[in-house]
Design a protein around this ligand. Structure first.
Ligand SMILES: *Cc1c(COP(=O)(O)O)cnc(C)c1O
Length: 358
């Protein structure tokens, strides 16, 4: 039983199992130690050595020239867009991509149009992408194409390497740069059993989140070619994303990318356990087959909507998030063990039993 979800011995109160997101993960003792010992400077004035070590470390891991530490993956994605496009161009995205569904507010600041392309399990349809890339006098010029892996809204799916390579070749042949939203890139790498660098090879710029399954407290890194990153660095200052003694956070991030990747397979195993056991509860609810650490549960046949399910599960001792009206999203992470999965399934069983009339 992990510390975060431990039973409160004396009072008999049980902490809920928290499957809302892998962002709830706390730093490890080793991360706190790395933060305490981190050499720091002023990353706004000249540089911070621990930030530099993180930026160079992640760039090296992903086979890119440079890296840039930013407060969030949302900002990394925005900088990738701003650094590689001009005004009145369009950005092509798979239509359920996080950058399209959750970060499209960026488009209202950038003077760009975000165009969604249909996809399957997070992989954009190649014919539609090609059509949008072709352009024409009555169409906007595409300034950037963005992919995502693992794909959040598609249930943590991992598009095949050859699909990513095909998209990259298609964009490259038309001179369009490619960004990879790799908030959970290392989950995707573990799922495919390849180095993250192999996926990064199908993109010019890549963003990775340090504060999700990797358990660092704050931040993300954008990597790519030096010229693009120099623009991103200037833009980061304009947006207020330049931070001073940021090495304290970067040190935890560097520890995370160096030490927390292989254990992600535990999260994937727990997601599979959760999915399998939910699917054994009966036909009213069905769980997606996870490739990584995300499980979507379709509750549309239960007569209860997702918000009601979330409330009822919370009362039973499980926290999840509504994903549209018909689905729930469950995310496994470092603070979830076998026993927590067992408890989570019991909560689903209990809510199913009470049903819509309870
Ligand atoms: C979480 C997430 C982001 C945003 O990351 P923040 O660090 O929370 O801004 C971007 N893209 C994807 C695919 C994500 O899952």
């Amino acid at each position: 039983m992990s510390a975060l979800n431990a039973h409160d011995g004396g009072a008999g109160i049980t902490t809920p199992v928290d499957l809302r997101s892998d962002t709830v993960t706390r730093p490890t003792q080793e991360m706190y130690e790395a933060m305490r010992a981190a050499p720091i400077g002023d990353d706004g004035l000249d540089f911070d050595p621990s930030v530099r070590a993180l930026e160079e470390g992640v760039a090296g891991l992903l086979g890119k020239e440079q890296g840039l530490f930013v407060p969030s993956c949302t900002m990394a994605n925005l900088l990738a867009v701003l650094a590689q496009t001009g005004r009145s161009e369009q950005v092509l995205l798979e239509s359920t991509a996080h950058m399209f569904t959750s970060e499209r507010g960026a488009a209202t600041f950038t003077g760009l149009f975000y165009l969604g392309v249909r996809g399957q399990r997070g992989a954009m349809n190649l014919n539609e992408a090609e059509d949008a890339l072709k352009g024409g006098t009555h169409k906007l010029h595409t300034g950037l194409l963005a992919m995502e892996t693992s794909h959040n809204n598609a249930g943590g799916t991992v598009p095949a390497l050859d699909h990513m390579a095909a998209v990259y070749r298609m964009a490259e042949s038309r001179g369009v740069p490619v960004h990879l939203d790799g908030a959970r890139l290392f989950n995707a790498a573990v799922a495919l059993g390849v180095a993250a660098e192999e996926m990064a090879a199908s993109a010019d710029t890549v963003s990775v989140c340090l504060s999700k399954g990797l358990s660092a407290p704050v931040g993300a890194v954008l990597v790519g070619p030096s010229a693009t990153l120099a623009r991103a660095r200037r833009l980061r200052r304009m947006l207020g994303g330049t931070q001073r003694q940021a090495g304290i956070m970067a040190a935890a991030g560097l520890y995370a990318v160096q030490n927390m990747v292989t254990r992600l397979s535990d999260d994937h195993r727990h997601a599979l356990m959760l999915s399998t056991q939910i699917n054994q509860l009966g036909l009213a609810i069905s769980a997606s087959q996870p490739q990584t650490n995300i499980v979507q549960v379709d509750i549309s046949k239960t007569g209860l909507d997702s918000l009601t399910w979330v409330d009822n599960l919370e009362r039973a001792g499980l926290r999840v998030r509504p994903w549209g009206a018909d689905r729930l999203r469950c995310v496994t992470h470092r603070h979830i063990d076998d026993d927590d999965i067992h408890r989570a399934v019991q909560c689903f069983r209990a809510v199913l039993k009470t049903g819509p009339d309870a």
